[in-house]
Design a protein around this ligand. Sequence first.
Ligand code: AMP
Ligand code: MG
Length: 331
Amino acid sequence: MICLGIESTAHTFSCGIIDNKGKIYANVADAYKTEKGGINPTDAKLHHENVKNKVVEDALNSANLKLEDISLISFSQGPGLAPCLLVGMRKAKELAKKINVPLIPVNHCIAHLEIGKLLTKAKDPVLLYPSGANTQIIAYEGGKYRVFGETLDQGVGNFIDSFARYIGLGFPGGPKIEKLALQGKNYIELPYVVKGMDVSFSGILTNIKQKYDSGKCDVEDLAFSLQETVFAMLVEVSERAMAHCGKNELVLGGGVGCNKRLQEMCKIMCKERYAKFFVPPSEVLVDNGIQIAWLGLLQSNQATTDYDTIDIKPYERTDDVKVTWYRLFTV
Ligand code: AMP
Ligand code: MG
């Protein structure tokens, strides 16, 4: 069984193709970027409209497959920006109708977790999912992927991007801040905001902007201190989730998971508690069609050709989804 998955929750339009043995045939992505400023949903939607046909064609070509070889189509149903989600859903429906195969809508955050499990062979992990719009600590308990901790305001990626934008760097700002941080030497104290199991970034953003405006702090030191502070917050909450759930594996997912310093801090924490730490390949840490295709296969028994009953869910939460496919060994 081969599934073609379409991702379009935010900045990236991507198409991935994978089979039920976990063999990856293709993963093609085209991401909307800006020189200055953040994601404008209307511009991101236009970007997706412009690239969608080519991305799907390129994926089929690089897989050496025809559309007729596909047995299932999946797409990101949410959470995400509604205008962007609609482009993906419409393309997915168009393809499914064309070859008359079932369609399965899937949750983007859970897809990050499942592809991480597939590619790292983690069995029953806690997922630290720091991305642009989302920041959650997720683990399976009692029939659902439960959110054990999350941001109370913006995602950590959006927070980093906002600061990057403030100091004149374009989108995405995460990789640029990571580079700057390598040159930082002095830790400048920033608010450390962990509330119970949750984290919050908006106060830190105000504070770091004020420090930048004061002209008294080196921007490299600020970038360094930003990373040290917010990554420590994420690692603290992840560790507590692992202790609470009695799980001894941590998997990273989400674009901010590409950050080498965050990876290092997770690794140290896991080592200290004799746990295993897994970093999936970067191409699945960022938004990608493969994760959508893989979760489509896991949920294939819920797929339908009743296409009109399916819609986007821009605000769908990880713990809204009933997990019927959970097995400790998926492949
Ligand atoms: P996602 O929403 O999961 O696709 O992730 C996108 C987010 O990841 C954006 O906010 C990026 O700035 C952020 N990001 C990507 N690479 C890095 C990096 N190396 N360090 C920190 N953040 C990053
Ligand atoms: Mg994502």
